[in-house]
Design a protein around this ligand. Structure first.
Ligand code: TNX
Length: 754
């Protein structure tokens, strides 16, 4: 017992010390040395190894831009205190050791390890250094968990000049990320100069306007601004060199066979029909894709040859996602190819396409990586899969013996909302807050230990449909990148969200000082619904991250004049009302706000059962999401909706007592760009005992089309206790729409009974 207690105390002390060590990602092992090192702008950096001068140069670049000074570098043994950099082959790549005492800081490792040691030292410095500053000394032993620690950026939907990319790379390096996935081509613009095919950028790099409304809103609004840009090959070389100096590999992505409209605009022969098309001005998935004729392969080989000359990366990303097959179906050349290559269908034709490109890349000693659709119709032998639609792609690839990088939409999509959408700039949708990113575990449970070794690592993606400015890019990136870096670097068992949040505060201060943009959604109040189905009621619980801050709230309803009061316990919701809440620090500054409206009906807080469970990623608070009094917003975030794709939504609500009802309203969603369609039917059955149900009526497809997404079933029904509501889906998405051929999703946020 005593030993247990001592161990417990020691571990509390260690974690308390590590909290003073503001390093993100958290190092594997760090021990406080009970002394300080005084750093001044004159502290010399000493090394006998000239091969590490580039790492020191880079460290000095960071010092210069954050503190306005560089440290002197010397080959001769200097006076103490000093910083010594020791190159050693005894370390694995990326691992380092740092020993500190009041007289010296010694960093040992290979080049990449030394770089990460210097980054740790950089993070240990205070926000401001005047004359001298004491740094608490630690001995650190550190190395990464995964070898692929990736961050992606889409520069096609919106273009960002090279100076912005340099800034991005600095942020990635600061968090020890080692892979920059550069999404260079898409339907909305081709962004990399290809000397042999100059129209790709001179024509394909520009569009005549851009969608400014949300893709899921019923009316489309466009600006008419001629928009675009591209990187010259000289600029690309600069970016690759800048990244290399920061131990970051740039993985270029050239999208094929889908997401190819910008290239087809430049060279119409690349499509099946050869007709003129315009660079796309909106967001989604489009039917014009690369044809499978030989001239297209020659073209792509030209492009990839120039790309390989520019990028020394082991992997070349060829996209492979979201390729509609409709043009191939109508194309004699593609149909002939299916026959001559003995392929079953267009899915196998996609696989033929990717495999043929893989052969070309491997002739040049490069490996192919693609989005998980490259599994369709059979995976190329050595291809690596980037698992984005979930984790299944990663599981299938590794079970097949191939490598995978995990980047599931649920945890790694930084284009999703990170806070309450009403406080956030317009985003594509989804809800991926900091805590969710932090909770991500890249190795799926379904894998054996051996299969797990094929998971190269984790990556987050930043698609820029709704991100036009650089400030907004940084806002979406930070602090979620900090969480991802810990997912990809720190040992699995050592992750601790509370300690992360404490360390993060120091990073926020530095972002402020360095004019780096970031989201403060972490100060937001997290609303949680407590479903008390026994008493047929709901309560609203308010949470926030930092115990030193306090929550205040007021309830607004008709003619109410309440003022803010301290929040002490969950709030009972029993009428239509809006709760407004704020977190305040000890000085009374408001740090975050939350607002939640409730619409109470007979179903609010009722017992509810679902015949089939919703899809995992869209099952927040399930099944009570449908009876919590909260109506889903548009653009949608997954917190307020349940999503069904492979099974229908059939919900049975128990009103608790026998009652008469007048009306049932279901709040559904139409976001066809995200494959979410209105249901085709809504059926109502009622019962007194929960066993024998009788049909009460239905809304047909034409009723639903007429009424839009809020479906109203108006009929008085006497003596009902159980109401069963079933939603039929339209089935397969029709040709010409985003996700054609896949099952449509049905999303419902609330079922109100009056
Ligand atoms: C899906 S993720 C896409 C992108 C979009 C993104 C928006 C992937 C391989 N394809 O084209 O930008 O969703 O979240």
């Amino acid at each position: 017992m005593k030993t247990f207690f001592t161990l417990f105390l020691v571990s509390i002390l260690i974690s308390a010390q590590n909290q003073n060590l503001p390093i993100i990602p958290n190092p594997v092992d760090a021990k406080y040395q009970n002394q300080n090192f005084s750093l001044t702008p004159k502290t010399p950096i000493y090394t006998r190894h000239s091969n590490v001068l580039s790492e020191i140069l880079c460290f000095n670049h960071f010092l210069q831009s954050y503190y306005g000074f560089k440290l002197p570098v010397t080959k001769n043994v200097p006076e103490v205190p000093n910083i010594e950099i020791i190159f050693s082959n005894d370390f694995k790549a990326e691992a380092y050791q740092m020993e500190m005492n009041s007289q010296s800081i010694k960093i040992k490792g290979q080049k990449s390890g030394i770089f990460y040691g210097l980054i740790s030292l950089l993070q240990m410095l205070p926000t401001e250094i005047k004359e001298t500053h004491p740094i608490p000394c630690y001995n650190i032993n550190d190395y990464p968990r995964f070898k692929w620690r990736g961050m992606h950026l889409d520069v096609s939907r919106h273009f960002f000049p090279k100076e912005n990319i340099f800034r991005y790379l600095d942020i990635l390096a600061y968090y020890k990320m080692n892979t920059f996935h550069w999404h260079l081509t898409d339907d909305q613009g081709w962004r990399i100069e290809i000397k042999k095919h100059p129209l790709l950028t001179s024509k394909g790099g520009w569009r005549n306007g851009t969608l400014i409304s949300h893709a899921s809103s019923p009316t489309e609004l466009y600006d008419s601004i001629y928009y675009g840009g591209f990187y010259t090959q000289e600029e690309v070389k600069e970016v690759v060199a800048y990244a290399k100096a920061r131990h970051i590999t740039v993985v270029p992505e050239i999208e094929m066979p889908g997401h190819a409209v910008a290239a087809i605009h430049a060279y119409p022969y690349l499509s099946c029909h050869g007709k003129e098309v315009s660079v796309i001005q909106k967001w989604g998935v489009f039917d014009d894709v690369f044809c499978t004729k030989d001239t297209v392969f020659s073209f792509l080989e030209d492009v990839l040859t120039e790309v390989m000359d520019l990028f020394p990366s082991e992997y070349i990303h060829v996209g492979g996602d979201e390729c509609p097959k409709i043009n191939w179906k109508n194309c004699p050349v593609c149909q002939e190819r299916i026959k001559s290559e003995n392929l079953k269908n267009e899915f196998e034709l996609q696989s033929y396409f990717i495999k043929r490109i893989e052969v070309f890349l491997s002739k040049h000693n490069r490996k192919l990586i693609g989005w998980d659709e490259i599994l369709e119709g059979g995976l190329a032998p050595n291809a690596a899969v980037m698992s984005w639609q979930g984790i299944e792609g990663g599981i299938a690839a590794t079970k097949h013996g191939n490598n995978a990088v995990m980047t599931p939409g649920s945890h790694c999509y930084f284009d999703h909302y990170q806070g309450d959408p009403s406080n956030e700039p317009l985003a594509i949708g989804g809800f991926t807050p900091l805590s969710k990113v932090y909770s991500y575990e890249p190795i799926p449970e379904a894998l054996t230990a051996e299969e797990g070794t094929l998971i190269l690592g984790a990556q987050a993606n930043l698609w820029t449909e709704y991100i036009e400015t650089w400030k907004h890019v940084e806002y979406m990136l930070l602090p979620r990148l900090c969480a991802l870096s810990e997912v990809a670097w720190s040992p699995k068992g050592q992750k601790e969200y509370e300690s992360f949040l404490i360390r993060l505060k120091d990073h926020f201060q530095k972002f402020d000082k360095r004019d780096i943009h970031y989201a403060k959604s972490i100060y937001e109040i997290n609303t949680e619904i407590i479903n008390d189905t026994i008493n047929h009621q709901i309560l609203l619980k308010l949470n926030q991250a930092y115990p030193e801050n306090k929550i205040y709230y007021k309830s607004e309803f008709e003619n109410s004049k309440e003022t803010f009061i301290p929040y002490t316990r969950p709030i009972l919701i029993h009428k239509n009302q809006t709760i407004k809440a704020e977190t305040r620090d000890d000085k009374g500054n408001v740090l975050g706000k939350a607002e939640q409206s409730f619409f109470v009906s007979k179903s609010t807080g009722a017992k509810i059962q679902l015949k089939h469970q919703p899809a995992k990623s869209y099952s927040h608070g399930s099944p009570h999401t449908l009876t919590d009094g909260i109506l889903g917003h548009i653009p949608w975030n997954s917190k307020e909706w349940l999503g069904f794709q492979s099974h229908p939504l059939i919900a049975t609500i128990d009103l608790g007592t026998t009652q008469n009802i007048e009306k049932i309203i279901a709040h559904t969603l139409k976001a066809e760009a995200s494959w979410i369609h209105l249901p085709s039917k809504m059926k109502i059955d009622v019962s007194m005992d929960g066993k024998k149900f009788k049909k009460a009526g239905e809304l047909s497809a034409s009723d639903i089309t007429k009424s839009g997404r809020i479906l109203e079933f108006n009929k008085s029904i006497k003596n009902v206790r159980y109401v069963r509501i079933s939603f039929d889906s339209i089935g397969k998405i029709p040709a010409g729409k985003s996700g054609a051929g896949h099952n449509a999703w049905v999303f419902v946020s609330e079922i109100q009974i009056f």
